[in-house]
Design a protein around this ligand. Sequence first.
Ligand SMILES: [Ca+2]
Ligand SMILES: [Ca+2]
Ligand SMILES: [Ca+2]
Ligand SMILES: [Ca+2]
Ligand SMILES: [Cu+2]
Length: 406
Amino acid sequence: MKKKIPSLVLSLAVLVIFSWSRPALSDVFIQCPTDNWEAEQAAGEDLDADGVVDYQDDNVVCIHLTGGDGFTTMADGYPQYMFGFGDVTGMPAGMVMMHGMLAANSPAPLIAVKEGNEVYLNLTNVGMMVRPDLFDPHTVHWHGFPNASAVFDGVPDASISINMGSTLTYYYVAPEPGTYIYHCHVEATEHMQMGMLGNLYVTPAQDGAPIGGFTQFAYNDGDGSTGYDVDYVLQFIDFDKQFHDASYYVQPLPFALMEDDYHMINGRGYPDTVNPNPIDGTDPEGGVYPGSQNVSSLIEAQVGDTILLRMSSLSVTKFHTITTLGIPMRVVGQNARLLRGPTGLDLSYYTNSVTLGGGESIDVILDTDGLAPGTYFLYSRNLDDLNNDAMDRGGAMTEIRLTSAP
Ligand SMILES: [Ca+2]
Ligand SMILES: [Ca+2]
Ligand SMILES: [Ca+2]
Ligand SMILES: [Ca+2]
Ligand SMILES: [Cu+2]
């Protein structure tokens, strides 16, 4: 489906395209040492000009994100302007600007890598199509990730940020498993409120080994205590409608006036959270942006399954207290750390609610043994989070649907 550009901004946008599209189109520079290995090994040459004769290595992960703007649709139908990241992994360089503009996703594309992976993360700043008067840089900041070299940490005052039309390749090695978070760190309160937020986790080296009846684990636990059958990522974020609208039309409100109206899991409010399909973004003039919210939060399992929930919050204004009514939660990890004492003491615990501040993550295991099949709810206990602006019965809630084991 073709994206429609709001006519209000079309003339300004055209000016911007003419002023910088030519250098931008030629300047998208993607570094990935493995994406062209067959041709480059055969030729013995660096054909894609990324500085290396590409080689075959399954331990290398290449990602290509765009930073820019776009639209989402709130659960009450409201079209919401946002800043965000899009995914152009594998796309030829010459197509990135065209396809990356107005293609922000909420949440940002999932980054899920394995312990020990080498990660080449290319970020291209495609500019703010709707706000050509803005020329904000963007970065990627792996929040809580202890191993980023300073230059790739994404904090703009301490490292590089990426200007409009430019691309930077971040390089990470992921030596420690856990549930992290990523976001843009430029004018962080604003760019995070506007939607530059994503899920990020590192799976443990222990995965694949049969331990305690499982082959997949949240951490290198040695005993299978973080094993699971199915896993889901759930990121709690909130949008302030007035702040987003102000960014669409003129200028943001003062940060001190931020008050969120939409409370969401993975970029959607209930009941959109349980929609298994991608949801299209819309703009105030009826333009459509396919799959701007492509992450369902519907949790499906069979009775007896062990469910891992990788939960995080990137709210810039509030805490969320999350509960799973009728299913006890076992917290096994917090802020990307296995809950173990220095001598190996098991510090995991059962609870019926967890509280997440902005920038925190929690790994929760749900054991569904002996539960009745049916629908259970996972939701924020802050009752003012259970709406989509003026629409009652929505917000930060999703469903856990348990079916009988065959
Ligand atoms: Ca390459
Ligand atoms: Ca190459
Ligand atoms: Ca700004
Ligand atoms: Ca508000
Ligand atoms: Cu940004």
